[in-house]
Structure formats: structure tokens, C-alpha cells
Design a protein around this ligand. Sequence first.
Ligand SMILES: [Fe+2]
Length: 256
Amino acid sequence: MGRLLIQISDCHLPAEAGGLFRGIDPERHLRAIADDVRMRFPDADALLLTGDLTHHGGADAYRRLLDTLDGLAPARYWLPGNHDLNGVMADVARESLGQKCIDLVRWRLLMLDSTARPDGRGGGSLAQEELDWLEASLATAGERPVLIALHHNPVPVDSEWQDQIMLGNAADFWRVVDRYPRVRGVIFGHVHQVQALQRGDVALYSAPSTAVQFQARQAEFSLEPDPQLAQPGYRVYRLQDDGRLKSRVLRVECGA
Ligand SMILES: [Fe+2]
């Protein structure tokens, strides 16, 4: 039977409704994404919101985000990105949102905060206590296959400017993860592009942004010029009972 998860990332909602982000209305895009999820995946088990949910927005921006995504799945969980305000998220969080260790039938899902030690350019790291918590949560996972979610990419994506702002202490992260062969997948946002990579037995997936995409494999920042690849999107994961992880990307046409 498995579990069906929907990853929504990098929504960059502005502080006030109607505000723009890189020339588009992120809230309109998010509504289109929500409509698509509602139509295609009425059986979704959970939403995973993997950071940059607002663009330094306040409580109102987070409430608009949650209202837009209301009713898409019986459970939803979030973690912060470099553009988020952790304190505001904690104030606004309701239901299961702030939960970090979630057991979904056979699987264990771990939600990490990678916004420690910000470098001022978008980079972030896992605090030591977050690494300790990861280790403890992996140690108690037993035979469960594990999926780990965080905002920053823990591997390079072959874009010089983005690789400079990836997870700052990726080596520390892998030092922990590599000791636990039950980790099947690591998923992230941040890069505003679709990536599907492999590191040993661990599959690595990024979700596209629900707002705007960045061109892959570039030395410097560049918006995605290909109209198809520039469309907003989201990722779907099937966590199978046999321990296999399946994923695909859905894109939503919603104009400029
Ligand atoms: Fe972002």
C-alpha cells in the first residue's frame, strides 16, 4: 500500500498578498499547484513543505500559505529555509506542522532544520544539536527505511554559485548518514530546479520551486529560460512497503 507524499518547496510568498517575487505572483502559482494536487492526488497521505515558504514574510504570509494548502492531505509537516523566519513559523504552526520525526507505517521520515550559521548569501548548516538529534533518530529507527528532508542540498549540483551556498557542513551530515544503511532517500529544495542524484544507496531528489526556477549547471545565477522547465512544480513520492522509494515531478502551467 505504501504512503504517498507531496513535496512543495520554495514558495517565496511575499509579506503582503499580491506582492511579486522575480516578476511573478508566487501566491497565484501556489494556488495553481494546490488545485493540481487536489485534482491528481486526492489520496495523498502528507504534504512536506521544504523551506523558503515565504520570502522573509511575517505571520500573515505563513497563514496565507497554510490556507492555500488547506485540505490537500490529512497531515502536513514543514521545515525552514534560508528565507524563512523560524520564530514566526513556530508561532503560526498548528496541527502536525512542526513535527520532526514521523513514522509512516513502515517508514520513518525525519525533518531537519538546515538554517543554522547562515552565511548571508543563502547558505546554511545543521547545528550540532540537529546532527545529534539526527543520529539519535536514525539509531532508534530499527528496520524502518528512512527518508530525510532538509532545505539545503547536501551534495553539489554542478552550478558554481549554488554549490557555494549548499549545506555548509555536508561532510558532518554524511558522516552520520553513512553509518545507517536504512536511509533510502534525502530530499531538499533550495536549488529551484529538478535534480535526481544518487550517492551510494541513497537517492537524492530536489523539488522544483512553486514560484520560479533557476537554470541548472550555471556558473552564475540565471533564471530558467526554457518555458517548459520554467513552469512551477512539485514532487510526489511513493514510500513503498518493500522499502523502495519512487518519485516523479509534476509541473503546472500557469503563465507569466
Ligand atoms: Fe528558494
